[in-house]
Design a protein around this ligand. Sequence first.
Ligand code: GDP
Ligand code: MG
Length: 163
Amino acid sequence: MSNIVAIVGRPNVGKSTLFNRLLERREAIVDATAGVTRDRHYGKSDWNGVDFTVIDTGGYDVNNDDVFQGEISKQVQLAVDEATSIIFMLNVEEGLTDTDYEIYEMLRRSNKPVYIVVNKVDSAKEELAATEFYQLGIEKYYTLSSATGSGTGDLLDDIVNDF
Ligand code: GDP
Ligand code: MG
């Protein structure tokens, strides 16, 4: 019935920054749903008059990839189960990592629409560096600066069009 967009990715890629931006001037839903765990945050947003729920995943505030087998894979699986669309966020500052490949493999198996977003593209220099993410074997990615909001419009246009 309702459209649910989950944001997944490694720690520090900028998931919560995008989440908060999508919820600007709106109230986050805090623990309003039964079974909601503290490691996921829910909020309402809309684009072009289309309402949707956003899930920010996280709770693994550890700045290394060792947590993948535990927390990250658990959060990715929960998001895949719950969401109707998934934003997979990558970080151009850190480049492509083994964990990114593992997350993408889980998402590919989900058969849900996955939007690959390269974040922290704050200037033309990062735009060029983002091409390294084609190594994931993808055909398209979106570049974003969650910090300024640039790029979010094109991404949201496509997401709500596909609902
Ligand atoms: P999360 O762990 O994936 O939720 O990442 P956060 O949203 O907490 O962001 C991690 C850090 O990256 C914070 O210091 C943010 O301010 C920073 N950050 C997020 N988005 C951007 C961006 O587009 N550009 C830059 N330069 N920094 C960003
Ligand atoms: Mg976060």
